[in-house]
Design a binder for this molecule. Structure first.
Ligand code: DGL
Length: 280
């Protein structure tokens, strides 16, 4: 197709930016629409049926407004539930989900002790148990559902100071030291958590691998989109805009943070991209 691919990236909040920045790096020629369901945030503590209803409702408007060629659900709490519902409702639209990266963590673990740090919803999902049964049978998997980390990550993006003690207490149960073996990988199974990775590393009782699925999601999305829109070398035509289900527009300070987060890790060429104003 001879036009710019349109990619909708969706999360309950701002955590999906950690997936978006990897996507933006992968396909700087695409037009991105980043959407946060700030009306529904947080999804983590909500009942499964409520999360499904929230995502379907948000998606009706977002798909009608932005006519995406592919939708990336940059949220584990949602993806582990809603993908079949979305595919049934929009059978001709590709959806790429974000689910706990248990497979790569288990494959590379030497100690065979791994942990999954997620929202309370994600650690209770059948989907997560199935991933463990399928890919981590040889490991002991510790599931840690944090009630506060996604909110802390949101506050952090909004410029608030985060208490080290609170973060340390939330990640502590991930670190298991038993019979001469120690946890050697933690799956970041909530897209908000990589926003706090610097603190996690600094506060970790020992160094280990933090597994962020964002680069893999970006590759998968590129694969899906490339079938329809072959990458055009040197094309600098894309950009991004931010949308909130409440209709809010971010204050200038937050907008600057969102833009720099989106560009984090971006290639020099993509630095030249023009980007659209909020709400377009
Ligand atoms: N970012 C979402 C995830 O990946 C969860 C945040 C929330 O609780 O809404 O699971």
């Amino acid at each position: 197709m001879d036009r710019i691919p349109r990619i909708l990236v969706f999360d309950s909040g701002l955590g999906g930016l950690t997936v978006f920045r990897a996507l933006f790096r992968q396909r700087p020629d695409a037009q991105f629409f980043y959407a946060a369901d700030d009306l529904g945030f947080p999804y983590g503590p909500k009942a499964e049926a409520e999360v499904v209803a929230l995502v379907l409702r948000a998606m009706e408007k977002l798909i009608a407004d932005h006519a995406p060629d592919v939708v990336v659900i940059a949220c584990n709490t949602a993806s582990t539930l809603v993908l079949p519902h979305l595919r049934a409702r929009w059978p001709n639209l590709p959806f790429v989900g974000t689910v706990p990266a248990i497979k790569p963590a288990a494959e590379q673990s030497q100690s065979r002790l791994i942990s999954v740090l997620a929202t309370p919803g994600t650690v209770a999902r059948d989907y997560t148990f199935d991933l463990i049964a399928q890919f981590a049978g040889h490991c002991e998997v510790t599931l840690v559902g944090s009630k506060t980390l996604a909110g802390l990550a949101e506050s952090f993006v909004h410029g608030a100071a985060i208490e080290d003690a609170e973060v340390a207490a939330e990640i502590a149960p991930c670190f298991v030291d038993r019979d001469g073996r120690r946890t050697d990988a933690i799956v970041l199974a909530c897209t908000h958590y990589p926003l706090l990775l610097d603190s996690f590393r600094r506060l970790a009782p020992w160094p280990l691998r933090w597994v962020d699925p964002a680069p893999a999601i970006a590759l998968r999305t590129d694969h899906v989109i490339s079938a329809l829109f072959p990458r055009r070398k040197g094309a600098i035509e894309g950009g991004f805009s931010f949308h909130f289900t409440s209709g809010a527009t971010p204050a200038p300070k937050l907008l600057t943070t969102l833009e720099s987060l989106a560009r984090e890790g971006a290639s020099p060429a993509s630095e030249m991209l023009r980007h659209r104003a909020i709400g377009q």
